[in-house]
Design a protein around this ligand. Structure first.
Ligand code: DGP
Length: 116
């Protein structure tokens, strides 16, 4: 299920451009448009889940697949010395885009900006 007003659903559908680094039938990863680190990409499910608040037991396999994919993609993007993962959730969590996404940030420190 997708939301026609959601920018990440549009990116997943190819209706908006993105710099993709991975995709399969359930997940998509692409570079963040405002990188906060030398490597900064987002991993999203194609399924429109607005936030971590909306996750339930039926999403367990999908979330597990996302987490399993993170270290592989991080290594492929050059984060051999480690990386940071962030899921901003809700207004007080600083979430800006209401389609569940996992930030992966890494690369040589110090990073120029405060990470999201
Ligand atoms: P947040 O919801 O605060 O966890 O962060 C949303 C992130 O999404 C933010 O770092 C910028 C990024 N972003 C927003 N719009 C676009 C877009 O159209 N393309 C890409 N590649 N990234 C986007």
């Amino acid at each position: 299920m997708s939301d026609p007003d959601c920018i990440f659903c549009k990116i997943a559908a190819g209706q908006l451009p993105s710099n993709r680094i991975y995709e399969d039938d359930e997940l998509l990863a692409f570079h963040d448009i405002h990188p906060a680190a030398p490597v900064h990409f987002l991993l999203i499910p194609r399924l429109h889940i607005p936030s971590l608040f909306d996750v339930d037991a039926g999403h367990g396999a999908l979330l597990g697949k996302m987490l399993q994919l993170v270290p592989r993609l991080a290594r492929e993007q050059g984060c051999e010395d480690g990386f940071r993962t962030v899921i901003n959730t809700g207004r007080n969590g600083g979430q800006e885009v209401y389609h569940l996404h996992l930030h992966v940030m890494g690369g040589p420190r110090p990073w120029k900006k405060q990470a999201p």
